[in-house]
Design a protein around this ligand. Structure first.
Ligand code: DQA
Length: 197
């Protein structure tokens, strides 16, 4: 089975009580339960962890490299300034493993200091802004790349493992940070200026 470490940084142990208007009301225990269920459905062995300690997080990334495990990483505030974490994350993708950076909120829509990630450039990809559903989308991305994908993750624009817009929201936990289910017709490619037809 494909193994995935789902790693969470500082203050994420406070989910549920910490700024629920930003991060939703699901606790870390709720998130763990949901991630384990999603992992099982996707045929992934997931291991969900949280720490407030930078060196512990760095050690877990080293462990992922040594064990050949893919990583879903919410670096929390370390996202914005921890070069130690960035260098450890780089080792994961350098080893050809998938590392998906996830965020519950959309940091690009928040304070200026959150708009830069030092991890993003060494990640395979990033999912942000969908509440706890960000983790499900990240797991789907890992499951769609059972081999080793490293930093590029596949050709740009490749659509893997997504069968319908309804399925994109089927298992999300509700919360202010989650996106509402899409309703109504999807725009056709012709409606989106700048996209190749
Ligand atoms: C976060 C966003 C970070 O800016 C913040 O420091 C967090 C949580 C998120 O999941 O939205 O702790 O990573």
């Amino acid at each position: 089975m494909t193994r995935v470490l789902v790693l969470n940084g500082p203050n994420l142990g406070r989910l549920g009580v910490r700024e629920p208007e930003v991060y939703g009301t699901a606790t870390m225990a709720d998130l763990r339960t949901a991630v384990e269920a999603w992992g099982e459905k996707l045929g992934l062995t997931v291991d969900v962890r949280q720490t407030d300690d930078e060196s512990v997080l760095v050690g877990w990334l080293h462990e992922a490299v040594d064990a050949g495990a893919h990583v879903v990483l919410n670096p929390a505030a370390f996202t914005h300034y921890s070069y130690a974490l960035r260098d450890a994350a780089a080792q994961v993708t350098e080893a050809g493993l998938v590392l998906v950076e996830v965020h519950l909120s959309n940091p690009l829509a928040r304070e200026a200091f959150r708009r830069h990630s030092v991890v993003g450039a060494v990640a395979t990809g990033t999912v942000a802004g969908f509440g706890t559903d960000s983790y499900r989308l990240a797991l789907e991305a890992v499951a769609a790349r059972p081999g080793r994908a490293g930093r590029t993750g596949g050709p740009p624009g490749e659509v893997l493992g997504v069968d319908s817009p309804e399925n994109l929201t089927r298992n999300g936990l509700d919360g202010p940070a989650g996106a509402p289910p899409r309703s109504g017709p999807r725009p056709s490619p012709g409606d989106r200026p700048g996209l190749p037809r």
